[in-house]
Design a protein around this ligand. Sequence first.
Ligand code: AMP
Ligand code: TRP
Length: 352
Amino acid sequence: MSVSETSAVQTPKAFKPRIFSGIQPSGGLTLGNYLGALKRFVEKQDEGIETIYCLVDLHAITVWQDPEKLRQQTREGAAAFIAAGIDPARSILFNQSQVSAHAELAWIFNCVARLGWMNRMTQFKDKTAGKNAEAASLGLYAYPSLMAADIMAYHATMVPVGDDQKQHLELTRDIAIKFNNDYGVDFFPVVEPLIEGAATRVMSLRDGTKKMSKSDPSDQSRINLTDSADAIASKIRKAKTDPEPLPETAEGLKDRPEARNLVNIYAALAGHSVDQVIQDFAGAQFGTFKPALADLAVAKLSPITTEMNRLMADPGEIDRILGKGADRAEAIARPILEQTKDIVGMIRSRQI
Ligand code: AMP
Ligand code: TRP
């Protein structure tokens, strides 16, 4: 009897709660990454759910990355995770390219996803807007299918992300559903996006209608996790605002994107609701609010920066942590990938 016949396809009825999320090591991490992702990754870990976090270097190279910088940024990303509170003994922390199941499952998903679905992806459109789309890499186009593979390789059921990833998670669901339907199995879970809190979309400090991003050409537009206390305070002081004082109710922030952004950042950093922040600062001028926000941001971010710098002094230790994480990730992903191959009808000779 062949191996594939002995290890019959499993069709789990209920999937155990498991969280997966990823961040690209394509630049230094920003306050947006921290509030939209990292901080919430730590909360999920501390709730006792099984958590798997990944530095998605395969995604990063969908646009050009200098090799030495990519290595450095991957280590820096890992240091940021740990400094923010990810415990590599409790969570699995690794870089994507060390676990080949991601790329293998992505290929199978490339054959499940439809061109029409990919053509609707707004992140691809945004990333190629104003540029020659013909010159974009094929990897950038297939990016969401690899993201679906990241999640499904672990049968993850929940994915904490910022608001910009919502469409990619809908695609992940579509791919899982189509795979299950095409092959008549109940094999991949339909994932639940966790997009929660006051800072699911942190905006640029220079333009309240644009997302804060590591790839924005203006460093003034973002707070980096590596910024000094002075740099953080200065960027907040110079942040674009309007001339009005803060409103009496959260409703009053409606058409004031810059003011709303700063209030949202305050609320997320303090762990307060937006209503509470508005109550505390109703009628205050930015001359009062900005220094309070700067103090809060420095108080919350400085310890992380200090710890990141300490960890970065020993890159060998970071690499060891990532290697151990990759071994643990592989142990979960490999059997799921092998079962996927069975479902698809691929012969394999190795026992899982
Ligand atoms: P990326 O830097 O694109 O790899 O994003 C990593 C994670 O950070 C994803 O969950 C994003 O949704 C989240 N993220 C990135 N930028 C922001 C932002 N400005 N506000 C909130 N979340 C963000
Ligand atoms: N696309 C995500 C981003 O840019 C990063 C990512 C890759 C991811 N794979 C993932 C996020 C899997 C969550 C789950 O933000």
